[in-house]
Design a binder for this molecule. Structure first.
Ligand SMILES: [Zn+2]
Ligand SMILES: [Zn+2]
Length: 236
């Protein structure tokens, strides 16, 4: 991976004060994709075709709705719903279906394109593709880029979700000595970060105890968002 251009977004993410570089990058991709969906993509036949066929998951539909661009959203879903209407017409109800030899259940309806529209999401699919790419870049930099290990060591760590993902693939992508150093680094960071989050969440709980009235508890007021973001990736 000689092309520096692939490594720039991840290196840039490490220059920010974020709690998890992968959450930061994913957040950026989602935002860009949502903006594109209700902006330029409206005029692009290829991406309109993709959003018509695939649609969006509940979370990303909600984000599209919350973005406030209701006219674009209405235009986008009206053609998506027309596509669904077509698929509904094509859905076959199977009469007197028989179980095949290796089939566990009899399919009552052959759903065709309806299945694609409910199992996928334009934004989630894009995210999955980008996530794999950035994780590969991370391993590459950890093994090859002088100074990157120090950058990671000095950063604020990662959410538990992304740390687990990185550590799970480390043995496959890195030399044993590098995989071990990565595990030591990330686990130690996580222990410290988690202990700090637990301290703050407990402080938050104590704010509701009348015996603590009058004490300065301002440090705990915003304890929940970073703690929630640490668990499964950024949600707030
Ligand atoms: Zn994360
Ligand atoms: Zn989605």
């Amino acid at each position: 991976m000689k092309e520096k251009i692939y490594t720039i977004p991840l290196l840039d993410a490490y220059q920010t004060d974020c709690d998890c570089v992968f959450c930061y990058l994913e957040d950026k991709i989602v935002q860009e994709e949502l903006d594109y969906t209700l902006g330029d993509s409206m005029m692009e036949p290829d991406s309109r075709m993709q959003s018509n066929e695939t649609g969006f998951c509940a979370q990303h539909l909600k984000q599209l709705y919350d973005s406030g661009n209701r006219l674009s959203l209405a235009l986008m879903i009206s053609t998506h719903m027309e596509h669904l209407e077509e698929q509904l017409k094509k859905a076959n109800i199977k009469e007197n279906g028989k179980k095949g030899l290796f089939q566990k259940e009899i399919e009552t309806v052959d759903m065709g394109g309806l299945k694609k529209a409910s199992a996928h999401c334009v934004v989630c699919d894009k995210l999955a593709e980008a996530r794999g790419h950035y994780i590969d870049v991370f391993y590459y930099l950890w093994e090859k880029e002088p100074g990157f290990q120090e950058t990671v060591q000095q950063a604020r760590g990662m959410c538990i979700h992304h740390m687990t993902e990185i550590l799970e693939g480390a043995g496959k992508h890195l030399k044993p000595v590098n995989a071990q150093k990565l595990a030591e680094t990330l686990l130690e960071q996580q222990k410290q970060a988690l202990a700090e989050d637990i301290r703050k969440v407990k402080g938050f709980i104590d704010m509701f105890d009348y015996r603590n009235q009058g004490k300065d508890q301002s440090e705990f007021k915003e304890a929940l968002p970073p703690a929630l973001n640490r668990l499964r990736g950024k949600i707030l």
